[in-house]
Design a binder for this molecule. Structure first.
Ligand code: ADP
Length: 378
C-alpha cells in the first residue's frame, strides 16, 4: 500500500510517502513556519504536499494517510481508523497535550477537507503504554486529581518503543510476545520502557514528556518542591514551563542541548559538559536497574534513536555503571558505526546489549496499512 505519513505540528508539517510492499520511501519533506510565511495555514501546506506528490507519484494513488498523534489518553491503545467522532475524541484530549494534539487535529481536518474519500488512521504516541498496570501509572496523589483532570502517567515514544521491541525480539530469535527487555529511546527527548511479554509495563515519561531521563532541554525527574520554592520566589507558570522544558537538561547544565557537541566539549576539558554527561548516564543506569527488576530479569538492553544509535561514548558510560547486572560491552562492536540492528555486548555478558535503529515513519506506515487491511477484509 501507498501510505502518506503526516506529523503535523502547530507551525510545521512533516510528511513521507512509503510503499509498505517493499518498505521504500518514495518522497518526504518538511514544511516549516506555517502561519509566519507565504504558507498561511495547514490547508496551504497540504496543497504544496499535493503538488510534490503529483510530480513524484504520477498516476499512482495514495491508499491511506497515517497520522502521528501524540496523545491517545485512556481511550486509545491501538491505531484507529479516523472518522468525525474519533477526531473529536482526539480534540477532547487537547488539554493533556496542548502543544501537540490541536496541531494533529489541524492536519487531520485539512486532509479530510482536501481528500474526503482517503482513509486516515491515527497512530498514538501513548498507545503502547496503555498496558501499564495501575501501580505503574498512578501518582501517589489524591484520586480526585486523576478523576477531575486525568492526572496519571501516560508515557510517550510508544510507536518507537513498540517497533524497537519487535525488532529486538527478531534479532534475538524470539516471538515479539515473548520479549522481556529494556528499551532506551535516546533522542532530543528521551525515555526508557520496561517491556514484559512484548508489552509496556512501565516507562519513564509520565503525565507529560517531561518526567524521567535527562534530555536535551528537559530536566527529567526533579523534586517537585523546587517548583513550589521557585513559585514563591516569583517565577510564573510560564517561567517554570520554560525552565523545565526548554532551558534544562544538557542545555541547562552545560549550555548545549546537542549530545554530540556536549561530548566534544567534555573531550576538550569542559567540566560542566563532563558532569552533565555523568548526570545523564547515571540517571539512565538507575532506571535500567529498576526496570531489570520490573521485568523480572531482562533478556536484553536495547539502545535506539539519535544518541542510542550513534553515541558509543554514551552507551559505554551507561553500561560501565551496570556491572552489578553482569553485562559488558564488546568495545570494538560498540564503537563500530552501522545502521543495522546489532549486538554490542561481549559473550560473557549476562544478557545481550543491542542497538536497534528506530523508524517511527515505518512503524506508522505498517500500522496504517494493517488497519486498512483489516477494514478491507470486513
Ligand atoms: P529527535 O528526538 O529530535 O528525533 P534524534 O533521535 O535525532 O532526536 O537524536 C538527536 C540527538 O542525537 C542529538 O543530541 C544528537 O547530538 C545525537 N547524535 C546524533 N548523532 C550522534 C553521534 N554520532 N554522536 C553523539 N550524538 C549523536
Amino acid at each position: 500500500m501507498l501510505i502518506l505519513i503526516i506529523n503535523s505540528g502547530s507551525s510545521s508539517l512533516k510528511y513521507q510517502v512509503r510503499d509498505t510492499n517493499d518498505d521504500s520511501v518514495l518522497t518526504e519533506g518538511l514544511i516549516e513556519r506555517i502561519g509566519e510565511s507565504e504558507v498561511t495555514d495547514h490547508a496551504q501546506a497540504l496543497d504544496q504536499v499535493d503538488q510534490k506528490l503529483t510530480r513524484v507519484l504520477g498516476e499512482r494513488a495514495l491508499d491511506a494517510v497515517g497520522h502521528r498523534v501524540v496523545h491517545g489518553g485512556e481511550r486509545f491503545g491501538e491505531p484507529v481508523l479516523i472518522n468525525n467522532e474519533i477526531t473529536r475524541a482526539i480534540e477532547r484530549l487537547n488539554p493533556l497535550a496542548p502543544l501537540h494534539n490541536p496541531a494533529n487535529v489541524l492536519g487531520i481536518r485539512a486532509i479530510t477537507k482536501k481528500w474526503p474519500k482517503l482513509p486516515q488512521v491515527a497512530v498514538f504516541d501513548t498507545a503502547f503504554h496503555k498496558t501499564m498496570p495501575e501501580h505503574a501509572w498512578r501518582y501517589a496523589i489524591p484520586d480526585q486529581l486523576y478523576r477531575t483532570y486525568g492526572i496519571r502517567r501516560y508515557g510517550f515514544h510508544g510507536t518507537s518503543h513498540e517497533f524497537v521491541s519487535r525488532h529486538a525480539a527478531k534479532l534475538l530469535g524470539v516471538g515479539a510476545s515473548d520479549f522481556n527487555g529494556i528499551v532506551a529511546h535516546l533522542g532530543n527527548g528521551a525515555s526508557i520502557t520496561a517491556v514484559s511479554g512484548g508489552k509496556s509495563i512501565d516507562t519513564s515519561m509520565g503525565f507529560t514528556p517531561l518526567e524521567g531521563l535527562v534530555m536535551g532541554t528537559r530536566s527529567g525527574d526533579i523534586d517537585p518542591s523546587i517548583l513550589i520554592f521557585l513559585a514563591r520566589e516569583g517565577y510564573s507558570t510560564d517561567d517554570l514551563d520554560q525552565l523545565l522544558n526548554r532551558d534544562s537538561g544538557l542545555k541547562g547544565m552545560a549550555g548545549n542541548n546537542d549530545m554530540r557537541s556536549t561530548e566534544e566539549a567534555a573531550a576538550d576539558g569542559d567540566e560542566q559538559a563532563a558532569i552533565a554527561l555523568a548526570v545523564a548516564s547515571y540517571r539512565l543506569a538507575k532506571y535500567i536497574g529498576a526496570y531489570h527488576v520490573a521485568v523480572g530479569g531482562a533478556q536484553a538492553l536495547v539502545f535506539t534513536a539519535g544518541i542510542g544509535e550513534n553515541s558509543w561514548q554514551f552507551r559505554q558510560s551507561v553500561v560501565e555503571r551496570l556491572g552489578a547486572l553482569g553485562i559488558s560491552l564488546d568495545d570494538a562492536a560498540n564503537r563500530k558505526k552501522s545502521n543495522e540492528p546489532r549486538e554490542i555486548s561481549t559473550e560473557e555478558s549476562a544478557f545481550p546489549v543491542l542497538v536497534i535503529p528506530t523508524d517511527e515513519e515505518a512503524a506508522i506506515a505498517e500500522a496504517t496499512a494493517a488497519v486498512i487491511g483489516e477494514q478491507n477484509n470486513q
